[in-house]
Design a protein around this ligand. Structure first.
Ligand code: PMP
Length: 403
């Protein structure tokens, strides 16, 4: 069949360019330790930043939730899928985020991807203008396409360009969208400056805090707490499958915005509600994040981040400047990066191998993510393994140039 042959030819091409992705199957996880495809690996690739995904209290709450509500919700939120567990989680999140948002209300979504689709499509439309950061997550890029709004992409961190775009805009409805922590680079956006511009030009600022929620800020409220921000222009999206260790996402904003999303956001309305057991377990996660244990875990994580970035000593490869748990080492070519990831895997370390189109061509990278489930000794060993591997690669390169 010609259509199948077409697909196969394209897959073969991807393979030749070292762009064919492979999934490893995880058989068991405990903290940062994985059993996968018959191998025991120490993982440095998950977004379970606080190590809550296998926390006994969270796992127990998930079981209790399933016993009480069943395995699934059975319907969408506006039919009969909205449980007491969903409602209680939303109230807990709204109360907790209230220092950062006026008249805060929260809405729970099945995934962060859907939350971004929901917010951006429901608050824009053909008569709106959307301004999106160049390095925003794929879910934002897709949401902007779906919105049918007039779209401007501003260069990474270029607020001067954003201001010019805002100045030139004649539309009344304006939405600026940004990741808080850039997922493939690890750096933090200048949210205070973005917010000032949004206030000045009467635009919403949608902040995707997937990698900041639970991790940044003294109490884990994320990037808004990190920068001590509060504004009626803010619409906050936090994911709950990363630091919270479970799944789904929430939007926190002024109660009017949330009511609008409930009424209008198609990715909220036309999908089966997430299992109530997840919402039940998340209440325990949020209590842990906001309590003493969360503070201790964040402190430990910060120590590991410092250790890792101070310990690496690389030639030709570049550790990107990042204060967060995302520590990317840019190697460049796909094949060289895959070889490095493979070498580490043979030594028992599982590190994210990131290639185009997720990152620009020529910037393939090892994306190391640190979590509170790691011990100091784990990070020390990884640093040594990476330094050793880099030295070998450098020596091999020198020999290749001489020959
Ligand atoms: N935004 C960002 C910045 C992300 O990194 C991700 C997930 N990788 C998402 C949104 C989507 O979140 P979810 O995995 O909950 O769909």
């Amino acid at each position: 069949m010609p259509l199948l042959q077409d697909l196969q030819a394209q897959l073969n091409e991807l393979d030749e360019q070292h762009l064919l992705r492979q999934r490893r199957t995880v058989d068991q996880v405990r903290g940062a330790h994985y059993k996968t495809d018959g191998q025991n690996l120490l993982g440095f690739c998950s977004n379970d930043y606080l190590g809550l995904a296998t926390h006994p209290a969270v796992v127990q709450a998930l079981q209790e939730g399933a016993a009480k509500y069943g395995a699934g919700s059975g319907a969408s939120h506006l039919i009969s899928g909205h449980s007491r567990a969903h409602a209680a989680l939303e109230e807990q999140l709204a109360a907790w985020m209230s220092p950062c948002i006026d008249q805060a209300r929260a809405l729970y979504f099945c995934t962060g991807y859907m939350a971004n689709l929901a917010v951006i499509t429901a608050l824009s439309g053909k008569d709106a203008a959307v301004f999106s950061e160049e390095l925003n997550h794929a879910s934002i890029i897709d949401a902007v396409r779906l919105s049918r709004a007039e779209t401007s992409i501003f260069r990474h961190g270029d607020l001067t360009q954003l201001e010019q775009q805002l100045q030139a805009c004649t539309r009344h409805k304006k939405l600026v969208v940004t990741d808080s922590v850039f997922s493939m680079d690890g750096n933090i956006a200048d949210i205070p400056a973005l917010l000032r511009l949004c206030e000045q030009y009467d635009a919403w600022l949608v902040v995707d805090d997937a990698h900041g929620f639970g991790v940044l800020g003294e109490h884990g409220r994320g990037v808004l707490e990190h920068f001590s921000l509060r504004s009626p222009n803010l619409i906050y999206m936090g994911t709950l499958g990363k630091a919270a260790g479970v799944g789904g996402a929430f939007v926190a904003a002024h109660e009017t915005v949330i009511e609008w999303l409930i009424q209008k956001a198609r990715p909220y309305i036309y999908t089966t509600a997430a299992a109530p057991a997840l919402a039940h377990a998340l209440q325990t996660s949020i209590a842990l994040i906001s309590g003493d244990e969360g503070q201790q875990r964040r402190q430990h994580l910060r120590q590991l981040i410092r250790m890792f970035s101070n310990g690496l000593n690389l030639r030709d490869w570049t550790l990107l400047s990042s204060q967060t748990a995302i520590q990317p080492v840019v190697i460049g070519e796909n094949a060289a990066m895959l070889q490095a990831a493979d070498t580490l895997r043979k030594q028992g370390y599982w590190v994210g191998a990131i290639r185009p189109p997720t990152v620009p061509v020529g910037t393939a990278r090892l994306r190391v993510t640190l979590t509170a489930a790691h011990q100091i000794a784990d990070v020390h060993m990884l640093v040594q393994a990476m330094n050793r591997m880099n030295q070998m690669a450098y020596i091999a390169q020198c020999f290749a140039e001489v020959a």
